[in-house]
Design a protein around this ligand. Structure first.
Ligand code: PEP
Length: 263
């Protein structure tokens, strides 16, 4: 039986450092007709910085929402090569992915840095998608809960209950990202339920019920539906399978078929 959804369903594509501005526009033109119309699924795409403006312009009038993969924690300043929240917002971004494990691992971003970015994004009116997740070593040492709680609480320090309800949390087990190893729906559900419990303890039951928690880690069209059927999985953050319009559309439409099957 299809689950009843009180929270919006979100299917988000993270393109990482792939696609020029021209390719991004072509992708949107190819994806748009493949999306079965639904006001219950939010389709999000995060292209590289240089493609945000043209992608956002092309996505106007479609159900596709454009956002960014990262931003600087300062509002402006002498930070060569960096991009600020208001610049993203003006370019057409509506959300920003923060604390992705590649940012944490390669660019040494810690929870304090993620926290400053979250506060800045909220101030600028960008919806943060805050990524948390345990490494393989932490997973094998049964430290998942400990790691998730610390990342959540530290990354969201100073965020009060109302803005907390406007966030999206992405559970992305590091061992599953780009590896072809997906968490089973049961494993992901367990982690999502735990994250929701932490949100309730830290903020409120209302915030916990309102916050979408999405799963990321080697999501492919064939297992999107099984993940989405879990009660605490509200969406998917997709890397590799979001680079082709066909595979991304199949993921988007898997979700929609769950929604429409409720009648
Ligand atoms: C990601 O980069 O957020 C991601 C989940 O990538 P992939 O789907 O390729 O594992």
């Amino acid at each position: 039986m299809a689950k009843q959804r009180s929270r919006p369903s979100i299917i988000a594509g993270n393109w990482k450092m792939y696609k020029t501005a021209g390719e991004a526009v072509q992708f949107i033109d190819a994806l748009n007709p493949l999306i079965q119309s639904s006001d219950k699924v939010r389709v999000l795409l995060a292209p590289p910085f240089t493609a945000i403006y043209p992608a956002a312009e092309r996505a106007k009038g479609t159900s596709i929402v454009i956002g960014a993969q990262n931003m600087n924690d300062a509002s402006e300043g002498a930070f060569t090569g960096e991009v600020a929240a208001l610049m993203l917002k003006e370019a057409g971004a509506q959300f920003v992915i923060l604390g992705h494990s590649e940012r944490r691992r390669i660019f040494k971003e810690d929870n304090g840095m993620v926290n400053r970015k979250v506060l800045r994004a909220l101030e600028a009116g960008l919806q943060p998608i805050v990524c948390i997740g345990e490494t393989r070593e932490e997973h094998e040492a049964n430290k998942m809960e400990q790691v998730l709680k610390a990342q959540l609480v530290e990354s969201l320090a100073g965020v009060t209950a109302r803005p907390a309800a406007q966030l999206v949390i992405a559970y992305e087990p590091v061992w599953a990202i780009g590896t072809g190893l997906t968490a089973t729906p049961e494993q992901a559900q367990k982690a999502h339920a735990y994250i929701r419990k932490c949100i309730e303890e830290q903020w409120s039951a209302t915030a916990a019920q309102a916050v979408p928690i999405i799963y990321g880690g080697s999501v492919k069209p064939d297992h999107a539906k099984a993940l989405m059927e879990q009660p605490d999985i509200d969406g998917l953050l997709v890397g590799g399978a979001a680079l082709q319009p066909d595979s991304f559309a199949r993921i988007v439409n898997f979700e929609q078929s769950i929604v429409t099957s409720k009648g």
